[in-house]
Write a protein that binds this ligand. Structure first.
Ligand SMILES: O=c1ccn([C@@H]2O[C@H](COP(=O)(O)O)[C@@H](O)[C@H]2O)c(=O)[nH]1
Length: 306
């Protein structure tokens, strides 16, 4: 049995692309990152251990759960606390689910097909304690190596965000390179993600969730808000992806409204702007965190409208 688009707690959720589109209509195009950097733990007066991590992350979920389109816990900053940190990540995912807020687990997993299945079962299979609503994945072992994750995500109403044009300058070394056919690596990845979404949307009948967000498949791309005109110069057709575009780089990495509008052009309706430190710096007060997230969501909505 599938559930309504804003019901992430259901046994078999509706397709992720549909649920995210509904959440973006309801709350605006912001994903708030949960990045418990040691410096932020210190700034919040918390110890750099699993108890500080837990207090930090659950404060964010308490403040922003039910208020933003999605939360994005950064797995690395939980993993650095070992098994106790991973237990906190499980708790955070469960708390966000109870607050009816989508989670994108930012773990950037990628591996050969047989072991990719293991990652996909951990992060995408219904009932797994580490399964959020979507997972960031790396296609740099070949887009085809992601097939187990694509299949397991689809079977479980989950989504993927495939690294395409990342927000760090070093990403260009790989992503802007050209394949034997002359196509850039980034354009090839985007085209392959678009093919998966086209098939999903054809199956679903492709109905729009709301006027301001187009119908979206469940395989999104990560496209940094810091990349300038790289989508154009690499030949990446963002609109043709027909999936969500997760845009990190807003706030602490320097991108703002002008960059969001410039980078995404006619694909701006698909954009989920992502900010971590830019919002988290307002903590630990919950009301201040919420005010910072609302400001970021309003700014993104204004930059991406029309
Ligand atoms: O290209 C990418 C992909 C992922 N990220 C992640 O997003 C956040 C950004 O944090 P800020 O504090 O808003 O800079 C972080 O978890 C990164 O790993 C990215 O920045 N760029």
């Amino acid at each position: 049995m599938t559930a309504g688009p804003l019901d992430p707690g259901a046994a078999r959720p509706a397709p992720f692309g549909e649920r995210l589109a509904a959440a973006m209509v309801a709350f605006g195009p912001l994903c708030a990152g949960i990045d418990p950097h040691p410096g932020l733990l210190a700034a919040w007066g918390l110890p750099d251990d699993a108890s500080g991590l837990r207090s930090f992350a659950l404060t964010v979920v308490d403040a922003l759960g039910g208020q933003v389109a999605a939360l994005k816990p950064q797995s690395a900053l939980f993993e650095r606390h070992g098994s106790a940190g991973m237990a906190v990540l499980e708790e955070v995912i469960a708390a966000a689910r109870s607050a009816h807020t989508l989670t994108i687990v930012d773990a950037k997993r990628g591996d050969i097909g047989s072991t990719m299945t293991g990652y996909a079962e951990a992060f995408l299979r219904e009932g797994s304690p580490l399964a959020g609503d979507a997972l960031t994945v790396s296609p740099y072992l070949g887009f085809g190596s992601l097939q187990p994750a694509i299949d397991i995500a689809a079977a479980n109403g989950r989504g993927l965000f495939v690294l395409c044009l990342t927000s760090n300058p070093e990403g260009a070394q790989v992503q802007h390179a050209r394949t034997a056919s002359g196509e850039t690596v980034a354009a090839q990845i985007a085209r392959q993600a678009g093919a998966v979404n086209a098939a999903e949307l054809a199956d679903r009948g492709g109905s729009a969730a709301g006027a301001s967000v187009p119908s979206m498949g469940s395989v999104g791309l990560v496209v940094g808000a810091t990349i300038g005109d790289a989508a154009r110069t690499t030949g990446v057709d963002l609109s043709a992806v027909r999936g969500p575009l997760l845009a990190p780089g807003v706030g602490a990495q320097g991108a703002g409204s002008a960059e969001l509008a410039q980078v995404f052009g006619s694909a701006r309706g698909q954009v989920l702007a992502s900010s971590s430190r830019g919002v988290l710096a307002a903590g630990p007060d919950g009301r201040a965190l919420l005010a910072a997230a609302r400001r970021a969501a309003d700014d993104a909505a204004q930059a991406l409208q029309g």
